[in-house]
Design a protein around this ligand. Structure first.
Ligand code: C2E
Ligand code: CA
Ligand code: CA
Ligand code: CA
Length: 277
């Protein structure tokens, strides 16, 4: 018995060590990921419920590690945040997305993209200028870029965030609150921010058809958002039934596997031609 417990303990410890080693490896390798061209952006459409048209593509970061393979962003983004590497990634990402929009524009597709910002990006006083310069450099209009910020990112320093977002809003960028419903922001705080869009977190959307509670939350979030003059986006729409229900509830935009999974940039134009013939 004592021996079994010992073994179990060892196994747990080994698991911990392995996890720790993986984290250290990833943090070390993050610094090279940009220069070694291991990062790429995937694009997932948001569709207008009423017109059925694509209104924007959300840009989502991908990392193909040379030995560990595909690393999910939920893992490496938080490591980058904790190790002080997120600014490097965000700067690469902003340039990459704007360059891509420029390329699509060159091919005759005037598209818009939304990028995800971390708390540190929102607190970065140089960010507004960097975004505007990059847009300008690639010949893009400010309304072609949207920003998705989570409640927790904004709440780290609500004053600074409000100031920074206000500047970007004035310049014409669209701002969405991501993962809405999962954070701690109060409506009073939300009201202070120049927000255009609320994204209902996919945890409320995935089982919308079967979970009475989720339906109640989604219905009241849509009503609340509309009363505040905001557009509502549902993420995690995985089937026709959810899409229909969300339409009935008055949701403005849908995003999810039912419409399209995030795809590499080179597939976007073909996908668009099939979707909106
Ligand atoms: P998020 O911003 O909430 O993005 C939505 C996530 O849901 C994405 O996961 C997307 O692929 C996934 N998703 C989309 N449709 C469906 C669906 O119908 N069903 C399900 N089950 N999932 C769906 P992904 O790409 O793995 O990204 C995870 C998170 O990583 C993002 O959550 C975002 O918080 C973060 N992230 C991704 N790219 C970036 C980035 O460039 N910068 C920053 N700061 N964070 C990023
Ligand atoms: Ca997002
Ligand atoms: Ca989200
Ligand atoms: Ca999320």
């Amino acid at each position: 018995m004592a021996r079994r417990q010992h073994r179990r303990h060892q196994t747990y410890q080994e698991g911990q060590d392995e996890q720790h080693l993986r984290q250290l490896t990833l943090i070390r390798d993050l610094q090279e990921a940009v220069s070694e061209r291991q990062l790429w952006m995937a694009y997932q459409p948001k569709v207008d419920v009423r017109s059925g048209k694509v209104i924007q593509f959300e840009a989502l970061m991908r990392w193909q590690h040379p030995t560990l393979g595909f690393i999910p962003p939920d893992e490496f983004i938080s490591l980058a945040e904790r190790s002080g590497n997120i600014r490097i990634l965000s700067r690469w990402m902003i340039d990459s997305v704007c360059a891509q929009l420029h390329e699509w524009q060159h091919q005759g597709h005037h598209l818009s993209a939304a990028i995800n910002l971390s708390a540190e990006d929102v607190m970065d006083v140089d960010l507004p200028e960097l975004l505007l310069e990059t847009l300008n450099h690639y010949g893009l209009e400010p309304h072609q870029l949207g920003l998705e910020v989570t409640e927790s990112a904004v709440m780290q320093d609500a004053d600074l965030a409000a100031q920074s977002l206000e500047q970007l809003n004035q310049a014409g960028l669209f701002i969405a609150v991501d993962d809405f419903g999962t954070g701690y922001s109060s409506l009073a705080q939300l009201k202070r921010l120049p927000v255009h869009e609320l994204k209902i977190d996919k945890s409320f959307v995935l089982n919308l058809n079967t979970q009475e509670n989720d339906l109640t939350i989604v219905r009241s979030t849509i009503e609340l958002g509309h009363n505040l003059g905001l557009r509502l986006v549902a993420e995690g729409v995985e089937n026709q039934a959810s899409a229909t229900l969300l339409g009935q509830l008055g949701c403005d935009y849908l995003q999810g596997y039912w419409i399209a999974k995030p795809m590499p940039a080179y597939q976007v134009v073909d996908w668009l031609n099939d979707f909106e013939p």
